[in-house]
Ligand binder design. Sequence first.
Ligand SMILES: [Zn+2]
Length: 250
Amino acid sequence: MKLALATWVEVEDYLKDNDGIIVPIGSTEQHGPTGLIGTDFIIAQGIAEACAEQLGCYVAPPLAVGMAQHHMAFPGSMTLHPATYIQVLVDWITSLSKHGFRRIYFINGHGGNIAPTLTAFNEFYAGVSLKPETEESKTLCALASWWTMPNTDALIRDIFAEKDGAHATASEIAITQYLCPESIKPAAPDLFVAAAGTPLDIHNGYDYRRRFKDGRIGSDVRAANPEDGGRVFKQAVKDITEHCTKFFQS
Ligand SMILES: [Zn+2]
């Protein structure tokens, strides 16, 4: 159920017997010469809506711009400062908690969001822990980055092996090909693929572009196809639905 398509009356009714909600978080950033700029939030939103359907819970609108300062030398990328990102997330959590959502489950599509998301959780918790106890002490948050779910990761290794790479991965591009078939961009047959073991200690956006000229990190996007994207997507939905079910029951 999409929060955006509900009325406040329906939400108030839902909260009488339920307290779980899923929030997709992603990024708007370059994904190499063939990947969509919306890749990270398109995937997070797709998985989140499918999981919410299975769980019968609400799914919030996606946070479509994340912490992506290291992609800013590539046109079309957008970022929040880390401190802004953290504050935005704290405000989202506080808003949902105020209404009585007590289990807030974030489905993430972007590696750069992981550290500031966990910091946002602790910022919210600090606000609770430093005051006399209120109902908000029952509000808990969880984070699932879809590609790190063990069975999803195993399937990605199985299908793409070392061709997956570390950014603009074959698997994430394959999922967007499955979800947005009208926007598939063909890869050049003679595409250069960086050697495996490429360093990941990227600093700023210029440093990134100097070292990874077309934006990919070690991925061979010629391996991406919508059929395999669908397989990975469905595995991620299964893994995350199971994980979220346990969290909602905790
Ligand atoms: Zn991505």
